[in-house]
Design a protein around this ligand. Structure first.
Ligand code: ADP
Length: 247
């Protein structure tokens, strides 16, 4: 199948670790301008798939394309330059830096520490503050990141991703370990950012969040996509029930 113009897509993507086929012949097209979700049981290959797409891991075979360009195997900073930002399952921030400092090292994403000095420009600081306000943690700009709650750290990471103004944002378990009030805030932010034109790809276990937020869901099982479609279609698919319940 020919990927949609402007979309992120993979064809036959595969990655094994020893004998484990973590991602197995994954052909997927995500919908540009939409909130896409990737779900599946634990160990079904979602994180490895994300890591292959964002250049953290080189796939063994298959291809990744974005807006018509082949980006397979490019290093993470090149993927970021292409317009794809991402967060991590276990939240990547610098714990001993302040919230504002974390924002400034996120500037233009990727290999950041060397850019600390040039990043200290008025415009970057203004932008950092604007984004911290947006995610609701501007009052914490001088706190060390390690003193934030886990949910606040996730909001900081999201704000950091937004510093590079990516057009596509990949979130790995944004609601994991986060309290319900902050889950709602993260969901609301995703919705607003999407209405402003950002495309999302979200790996998430919180089914309430996924079902209410997503336009398009791709279901992984044992490394391969087994179903894709709107939430109401996917949740009634017998293959999906089988993957989750093992019936
Ligand atoms: P998910 O994100 O859906 O839980 P993962 O991508 O983390 O799935 O894992 C898919 C499979 O690949 C699992 O069997 C896991 O144990 C294995 N796996 C993932 N990363 C590694 C690794 N670095 N080394 C060895 N096996 C791995």
């Amino acid at each position: 199948a020919e990927p949609l113009a402007g979309s992120l897509a993979t064809v036959g993507l595969s990655k094994s670790f020893g004998g484990v086929r973590a991602v197995d012949d994954a052909t997927v097209t995500f919908l540009p301008g939409k909130i896409n979700a990737v779900i599946g049981p634990n160990g079904s290959g979602k994180t490895t798939y994300f890591n292959c797409v964002t250049g953290m891991i080189k796939p063994d075979s298959g291809s990744v394309s974005y807006r018509g360009n082949d980006i397979t195997g490019r290093p993470p900073h090149r993927i970021a330059q292409a317009g794809i930002g991402r967060s991590f399952q276990l939240c990547r921030i610098f714990p001993r830096m302040t919230v504002l400092e974390n924002m400034l090292v996120s500037v233009r994403s990727g290999t950041v520490l060397g850019k600390l000095v040039s990043a200290r420009q008025r415009t970057d600081i203004d932008r950092a503050r604007e984004l911290l306000t947006r995610v609701g943690i501007d009052h914490l700009e001088h706190a060390e990141a390690r003193d934030l709650s886990y949910g606040q750290q996730k909001l900081l990471e999201l704000a950091g991703v937004l510093m590079a103004d990516p057009e596509t944002i990949m979130l790995d378990e944004p609601a994991g370990g986060v309290n319900p009030a902050l889950i709602d805030r993260i969901g609301g932010l995703v919705r607003t950012l999407n209405s402003e034109g950002k495309t999302f790809l979200i790996v998430e276990h919180n089914m309430d969040m996924i079902m209410s937020l997503s336009d398009h869901i791709v279901v992984f099982d044992r490394g391969s996509p087994i179903a894709a479609g709107a939430p109401e279609v996917v949740q009634d698919d017998p293959r999906v029930l089988e993957a989750y319940l093992g019936v």
